[in-house]
Structures are given as C-alpha cells and as structure tokens.
Ligand binder design. Structure first.
Ligand code: ZN
Length: 294
C-alpha cells in the first residue's frame, strides 16, 4: 500500500500531492517481470496516475494514461480510479538499454522521444474527457507537465522516480505533483522554481529516509503548507470473467466462430494482472445467439 499525501499552501494558491509508490511498483514488477528500464518506465507512469487520482472526486471516476512512443518498450498504460486502485501494462517488458551519461536509466530511450501521451478522464459524465499531447522526452514527468500546461492550462511541476537494484528489485519509487492555482504572483512562481531546482531526486530523498511530510516542507518552503488529507493507493486489477467475455464478444461473431474451430476453450490472460481465464467459446456463442433472437 502506498501513502498519498495532499497538501495546500497557506494562501491556497499551490496544491501539492506526494506519494511513496514503492509497493505499487514492486507489484507491477512482480506481475510484468520487467527489466530495469521498463520497471522505471511503467513505475513512473503508475506513480503519475496514482498522484493524479488525488484530483478525482468520486471513487468511480477514473484516469487512463497512455504513452505511445517510437521506442522499444511500445505502449505503456496506467489506469487509476478515485479510490486509488491503480493498474498498468507495458507492451514489451524486457528492454535492455545502456545507462544514460548521467548514470540514470534511459526511460526516454525505452519509451521513445517521439509519440503521444493521451489522458482519458472518465468523470461519470456522458463523454469522457480526452486530452492528447506530443511527447516531450518520453521521460514521463516532463510529458505529464506538458499535458497539464497544454490541455488543462494548469502550471504544474511533476517529479517521478524509480530506483532499481542490481538484482532488478525495486528499492524506492515515488513522486510529487505541484500545481499553481490561478492568481499566483511572479514572486511565488520564482520562489517555487528555486525550491524545486534545489531539490534532490525523489528516490534519493526516499532512500535517505525522508518522509513525504519533509519532502513537502522542502518543496513548499516559504508557503506554510497544510496537509489536507492522506489517502492510500495500491496496485489492484478489477478484471472479472464477465469483462473478459464482453471483450471477446466485441471482436465479433465471425471471429469467434473461427476461434471455436481452433480450440473451443479460449485461454485469455488479463493484460494488467496476468490472471488467466478459461472461456467456453461455444457457450459464449450460444448465449450470444439467444440474445440476438430475443
Ligand atoms: Zn486483471
């Protein structure tokens, strides 16, 4: 379970979210058996999604982040709901790339520098809200910042990090999101910029044993931040046999009939949690026919 902290500056002009997402990224690594750089790529996107879930009002609201770049990792996906349940997927979990010159994992190289980040917000309205921006670097945090600036016109600072050990286990993961509400003065913006620039990387701070509250005090130094609440976020997949059946039905009757000839029992794995469902396709087709006759 991950701690997710929500805070606001004393004057109400700056909101701040921070998370220690180590447990979430560990679970993702266990399910998807990711290599170091893909643990970091998927882990950063999961961390961003968890942070963004703090902006949702109802448990049933959801946000889907979809990064598609021209790198070897392929599609990277994270889905979160308002109760903090998050799940993710990476198309190619095994990617090996040399470290960047600064010694960091080359997440931008794995995802790719060209492509798109799309954000789908389902807030229970008739239509979901969809925003899409071109990738800035594929490093995830910058791309999230760009999404907020372009699609939602909210000045945002985003920091995300995943520290992977030599044996590929996840040592630390976390992030923070800082957003300026309308009416922030130039002075405040400069002060925040200076604070952020002087910060250590999030994983380094977690490694040193810093609590989210201390990180908040550093980022919002001079803003007298107040904690609004603490939420929980965790990796959890909500797949069911019914959902898998619905997905199969959506590929069409003709295609299903073809599949029955090959094997009447389909083995379908959930892309988010790797759980396998055995679906009797003949049964599914006969149910489908009954429905269409009605
Ligand atoms: Zn699942």
């Amino acid at each position: 379970m991950a701690r997710l902290l929500r805070a606001i500056s004393e004057n109400g002009g700056v909101v701040f979210y921070a998370i220690d997402s180590t447990e979430i990224v560990r679970e993702a690594e266990r399910i998807h058996k990711t290599s170091a750089v893909t643990s970091a790529a998927l882990g950063r996107l999961l961390t961003a999604a968890s942070l963004m879930s703090a902006t949702l009002k109802r448990d049933s609201d959801s946000i889907t982040l979809r990064m598609k770049g021209d790198g070897p990792a392929g599609l990277v996906l994270a889905v979160v709901n308002g109760s903090g349940e998050v799940k993710g997927y990476i198309q190619n979990p095994i990617v090996e790339l040399p470290l960047r010159p600064d010694g960091k994992l080359d997440v931008g190289g794995a995802i790719g520098h060209n492509g798109t980040l799309s954000v789908v917000k389902d807030l229970g309205l008739k239509e979901p809200y969809v925003g899409q921006v071109p990738l800035i670097s594929g490093e995830v945090a910058e791309d999230i910042t760009s999404y907020y600036a372009t699609s939602e016109q909210i000045p945002t600072v985003c920091a995300l990090g995943v520290l992977v050990d030599r044996d590929l286990s996840i040592l630390h993961a976390g992030g923070y999101l800082l957003q300026l509400l309308p009416g922030a003065s130039e002075e405040e913006i400069t002060r925040l910029e200076n604070n952020v620039q002087s910060m250590d990387s999030i994983t380094h701070m977690l490694q040193q044993g810093m609590q989210l509250e201390e990180i908040m005090e550093r980022v919002l130094d001079g803003f007298a931040p107040q904690i609004l609440d603490e939420q929980q976020s965790f990796y959890r997949c909500d797949c069911t046999k019914e959902r898998v059946e619905r997905a199969l039905i959506s590929i069409g009757k003709l295609e299903l009939e073809k599949m029955v000839k090959e094997d009447p029992i389909a083995q379908v794995s959930c892309q988010f949690c790797d759980k396998t469902y055995k679906i009797d396709l003949r049964q599914l087709l006969s149910n489908l026919e009954k429905k269409t006759e009605k």
